[in-house]
Ligand binder design. Sequence first.
Ligand SMILES: [Zn+2]
Length: 215
Amino acid sequence: MSGDHSATNTLNMAWEATASCFSDNPIASPVVPCPDQSGSSGGKGWTVAEVKTIISKTDPKVIEEICNGKIKIITFDTAYDKWKYDDGREEEDELKGLLGNTIRDKKEIRIRNSMTSQEAASTLFHEMGHMTRKAPSTQEGYLQEEIDVRVETEEFRIRQGMASTAKGYRTPAGKVDRAFIENQIKNSTHYNPKGRKRIGRRYVGEAIPSGWCPP
Ligand SMILES: [Zn+2]
């Protein structure tokens, strides 16, 4: 599930931007543009062939899971969330920072078009981390899952030789800093919805690219 809220915490903007790079945040967590990936709608920056090659280099099992699990991978140009505020007002906001989303029961993963193949690979790896887990039954469970998936994604990025997701995600020794990630997610006001509820989402420019799996 995904969502966000209206509060903008200027003390924590850098993290907010990073935290919002994945769509599957718990309800009422923030989605704001990611500094290095937001931007123009449309324009495909990655290809199925490149993303497959990148993931297969270190984690071929993820591609097998996509194929064996018949996971449907849908691309999109941008997305909008509809919000209802406590005062009754409704508003639709573009999710410029939304990179990916997982709908577990429908076996659907959505990946934004406008990303490099490396970032798309990292996003797909992240979303498959959600897809292959059982849906949590509590809000706390969703938070824990997000922490675990972020840690795994950061480990993937290390295996890939990619830069860290965000400042603080790695220790000076270059290992994943789980405590940092956990602290961020558990203590952030972003994960405590205030003043509005998400009541809908729509995606724009959806397409289903082929080529993930052998025919
Ligand atoms: Zn996630």
